[in-house]
Design a protein around this ligand. Structure first.
Ligand code: C5P
Length: 223
């Protein structure tokens, strides 16, 4: 049945935004609400999967019936994901991971002094790319938020990060992207566009995506 399509499968989902500390009371983050990733975690649970959610900063209520691991930084998210990678059948990276973090994290609150101050940032590890290069049998799904040249950037990302599916959303479109309850996505595999979905609730998008995942892992894809 559709309900049990993912029964016995271990699904690892990342959601929310990462928090990159500047000092004990300040941080850099982004507008991620966590809603898309949470909807995926809930839907996978409803389809019978054993779900672990690696959750960053989010405004949406945390789903029930899934194991939640709360983290702050991209570095912590990377560690949490890698610790559970070998055990996962499916990995879905819906989190908005910061590309950069402060080069140094001050132990004490930074004091106000000069007229100008410079914050130096360094690149964070790319978790999805790391998973893509390490994966054995895991089916890996990446996300991309774009504002232009969606097809081109999506296919480039899918190849570079070695994903099985990539879900791209045009965040300039009405009803898509951060904070909203709906999304407008295009789903790609290594051969190109698989599905262009109309405006849907994030639950609806999660259902369509997980149907594709279930169908494909059923055919033995992922390895
Ligand atoms: O390259 P970009 O950040 O747009 O890639 C988006 C995808 O990569 C998302 O699935 C996101 O969770 C993942 N990502 C990651 N680690 C990063 C940056 C992005 O896993 N440092």
């Amino acid at each position: 049945s559709e309900q049990g399509q993912l029964s016995g499968k271990k699904v690892l989902v990342t959601a929310g935004g990462t928090v990159e500390r500047i000092d004990p009371v300040r941080f850099l983050t982004n507008d991620s609400s966590g809603k898309m990733g949470y909807a995926i975690a809930e839907t996978a649970r409803d389809m019978g999967a054993e779900v672990t959610l690696i959750a960053g900063k989010a405004t949406a209520p945390v789903p029930r019936g899934v194991k939640v691991v709360s983290i702050e930084s991209a570095h912590d998210m990377m560690k949490a994901v890698l610790e559970r990678l070998a055990d996962a059948d499916v990995v879905i990276k819906a989190a908005a991971v910061a590309d950069y973090r402060p080069a140094e994290q001050a132990r004490q609150k930074i004091k106000k002094k000069s007229e100008e101050m410079t914050l130096t940032l360094v690149k964070n590890p790319d978790i999805l790319q790391t998973i893509g290069s390490m994966k054995t049998t895991q089916f890996v799904v990446g996300f991309a938020a774009e504002t232009e040249r969606i097809d081109e950037y999506a296919m480039d990302k899918l190849q570079r990060k070695n994903c099985d599916l990539l879900v791209a959303n045009d965040v300039t479109q009405e009803g898509a992207g951060f904070g909203t309850d709906t999304n407008v996505v295009r789903i790609y595999d290594k051969n190109g566009l698989v599905q262009a979905l109309p405006v849907m609730t994030k639950q609806g998008v999660a259902r369509e995506l997980l149907n594709l995942v279930a169908e494909r892992i059923g055919r033995g894809e992922g390895a």
